[in-house]
Design a protein around this ligand. Structure first.
Ligand code: ADP
Length: 151
C-alpha cells in the first residue's frame, strides 16, 4: 500500500479496462502504395501511424519520422513504395484485443512509440500471422486518463 488512495483507485479502474474498449480504427495500406500516397493518407486520416499489410497480415508500420527521414534523404516519393521505408515485422510491438490497457501503456513507454497495432492471430497458408484490427495510441490512453480523472 503506497499511502496514495486516490492513485490506487485510478489504477484499479484502469486494470479492468481492456484494449478493445478504447482502441480506434487503424489506418491501413498495402506495401506497394507509394510513399507519396501514404503521406497523403496520413494527412487525410489525421493519424501519426499507418499500418502496412501484405496478404492480409501485418507487415510493418510507417510513422511521421520515417517519412521525414526518407524525404530528407532525397528518395523519389512517387516511385518508392511504403514497404521500403517502413519498420518491418518481426520488429513491430503489437497488442491483443483482450489485453489490459496498462499492458498497452507499458509497451508504448518501453518501446518509445506513439501507437501499437491491435492484432489477432490468424493462420494464412499454414503459417501463423497477425491480422490488424485496431490501433491503440497515446491519445486513446490520454483520453481515458481524462475520463477516469473526471469520475
Ligand atoms: P513519430 O515518427 O511520429 O515520432 P513513432 O514514435 O511512433 O512516431 O515512431 C518512431 C519509429 O518507431 C518509426 O521508425 C516507426 O516506424 C517505429 N514504430 C512506430 N510504431 C511502432 C511499433 N508499434 N512497433 C515498432 N516500431 C514502431
Amino acid at each position: 500500500y503506497t499511502g496514495k488512495p486516490h492513485m490506487n483507485m485510478l489504477a484499479q479502474q484502469a486494470k479492468n479496462i481492456k484494449v478493445k474498449e478504447i482502441m480506434s480504427l487503424p489506418t491501413v495500406v498495402t506495401e506497394d502504395v507509394s510513399v507519396y500516397n501514404a503521406i497523403v493518407t496520413m494527412f487525410l486520416e489525421d493519424t501519426g501511424a499507418i499500418y502496412v499489410v501484405s496478404n492480409g497480415s501485418l507487415a510493418g508500420v510507417v510513422s511521421r519520422k520515417d517519412f521525414l527521414k526518407n524525404a530528407i534523404g532525397g528518395i523519389d516519393v512517387n516511385k518508392v513504395p511504403v514497404g521500403m521505408v517502413m519498420t518491418r515485422m518481426p520488429n513491430i510491438t503489437t497488442i491483443f484485443l483482450e489485453e489490459n490497457i496498462i499492458e498497452a501503456a507499458i509497451k508504448i513507454v518501453n518501446h518509445e512509440v506513439d501507437s501499437l497495432p491491435v492484432v489477432e492471430k490468424v493462420t494464412i497458408d499454414g503459417k501463423e500471422k497477425l491480422k490488424v484490427i485496431g490501433k491503440i495510441s497515446k491519445s486513446n490512453i490520454t483520453k481515458l486518463f481524462v475520463e477516469l480523472c473526471k469520475e
